[in-house]
Design a protein. Structure first.
Length: 88
């Protein structure tokens, strides 16, 4: 899986590019989300925060924002890039 090598910090654009297979489209998506400036190279403040997160931290953050549950209450599956609520 191509995206498995872009799991770390500082790889937001690279990971999205690997996921969708098109760097130009990845840049457009990040700009639409407010993570990249119009030049397509400079991260916004929110983008810098997201770029400093790992893929796991971003997945847990998405779930936390959606549900209102703390991020540490989720377990991450790197093969699916999804989280499940921890049963404990």
């Amino acid at each position: 899986m191509a995206t498995q090598k872009f799991m770390g910090r500082g790889q937001l654009l690279e990971r999205l590019t690997a996921q969708i297979g098109n760097k130009k489209l990845a840049i457009e998506i990040l700009q639409k989300r407010g993570h990249l400036e119009s030049d397509g190279k400079t991260y916004t403040n929110e983008g810098m925060i997201r770029n400093k997160m790992t893929a796991e931290e971003r997945a847990k953050d998405r779930a936390s924002r959606r549900t209102g549950i703390r991020p540490d209450a989720f377990v991450y599956n790197p093969m699916t890039n999804r989280v499940k609520k921890n049963k404990n």
